[in-house]
Every structure is written in C-alpha cells, then in structure tokens.
Write a protein that binds this ligand. Structure first.
Ligand code: GRF
Length: 217
C-alpha cells in the first residue's frame, strides 16, 4: 500500500466527527489515503453532510428499508466489494455486521470504541465506567473481527475520571482523543506500518503484544 493511495471507505450512523477528523488529517497530509466513499445506515446522519462538503461520494442504506439483517448486510457487502477498499473505517457505525461481511474484509477493517477494551464492550460505555470503581476511562482502536468489540486492540487513549464527570462530559472530553488515536492508526495502516495477519497485530514489522498508548507514542 506504500505506492498507491490507500482507498478508504468510511461507515457512519451519526454526527461523523471521527470522519471529519480523518478528512482533515488527509487534507493536511497526515494520512496517505483517500476516502472514496462514505456509507450511512441513517438518511439523516449529519456525517453525510460532512462527506458531501468534502466532495466525497455518499450512499445511504437505510436499514429500516430492508426486510432483514441479512438482506441489509448482503447489500452492504456488495457495495463494499464494488468500492474495493484497502481499508474500511467504522466511525460511529451503530450496526452489528454479519460474520460473513467481517470475514470478507479481515485485516482491513478498523473500529473506534469509547472504552478501554476489553472493558465495556457494547453500549453506554461512559455511564458504565462512571458506575464502576475505575479511575481511568478511554477509547480504543481495534481491528474488527466477528467477536463484537473483541478484535485485537491497536492504540488506546486514557482519560482520568474526575468527580464532576457525567456521561455527557466524558463523551465530550474523550472525542478529541478518539480523533487522535483513530487518525494515527489509519495513518499507520495506510503507510504499511500496521497490519493484521494470522490473528496477530503487526506494528513496525513486529508482533504487538499489548495495545499502544497515545501518551507513549
Ligand atoms: C464515538 O464516541 C465512537 O467511539 C462511538 O460513537 C461515537 C461516534 O462519534 N462508536 P462520531 O459519529 O464520529 O462523531
């Protein structure tokens, strides 16, 4: 991937601030890639506007208009195959993808999750962290596998919990850190510095034994 621009497809469901951060990072030359397409499962996702403003082709696959999860996934899979991406970036995409789809793009799909995985897979991560004894919370970038939010973690950002934190404040404070770790991970992937082979994350040609931390890179 070093010799041609990395073709990136971004999947969104909502505001798309992670998408925006990637658009900006590409514009600023920090990521050697191009976003060829943005797909949303929600017709009103504000992130679609961000893509249009950046001149990126968009597609809405409204999941309500499909008779089953399988038919939605099969259409999504067909579209993704047509776009032929080097990397699929899940950026606030709130649908669980079928094993078949995920397996088709094994090693080529990244997700951002708002917790320090393996803690708090699934939803309401900020509230769950606040209700725990944890002193730190954070976000993780990981390769996507059929195991929901369970794929190998690449890079994490930590945030110290404070008494005044609410779930909303935490989400707000964490977002800029998400943007940093996501654009950095994508930059590495596109530069050929980050790969996933045989269930192993390879970083700088060496197996990664534990997630990298933003504060250490
Ligand atoms: C982020 O917190 C992401 O971690 C979570 O959903 C949120 C999406 O934000 N999965 P945005 O749509 O990128 O603004």
């Amino acid at each position: 991937m070093k010799h041609k621009a990395c073709r990136i497809v971004v999947l969104i469901s909502g505001s798309g601030t992670n998408l925006q951060a990637l658009i900006d990072a590409i514009d600023q030359g920090q990521v050697a890639g191009e976003i060829t397409n943005v797909i949303s499962n929600r017709p009103n996702a504000p992130g679609l506007k961000r893509a249009e403003n950046a001149g990126i082709s968009t597609l809405t696959l409204n999941h309500h208009q499909f008779s089953s999860r399988e038919s939605f996934d099969s259409e999504l899979l067909q579209q993704l195959k047509t776009y032929n991406p080097d990397l699929i970036v899940l950026a606030g995409f709130m649908r669980i993808l079928s094993d078949e789809l995920v397996t088709n793009f094994s090693g080529k799909m990244l997700n951002i999750h708002p917790s320090l995985l393996p803690k708090y897979r699934g939803l309401n991560t900020h509230q769950r962290a606040l209700e725990s004894d944890d002193t730190v919370h954070g976000a993780s970038v990981h390769f996507v596998t059929p195991d929901l939010d369970g794929g190998p973690v690449v890079l994490q950002a930590k945030l110290t919990l404070r008494p005044e934190h609410t779930a909303e404040k935490l989400a707000q404070e964490l977002l800029p850190l998400e943007h940093k770790i996501y654009t950095q991970s994508i930059a590495w992937f596109c530069a050929g510095k980050l790969q996933w082979h045989d269930n192993q994350v390879i970083f700088d040609q060496n197996p990664l034994s534990k997630p990298l931390l933003l504060e250490n890179i």
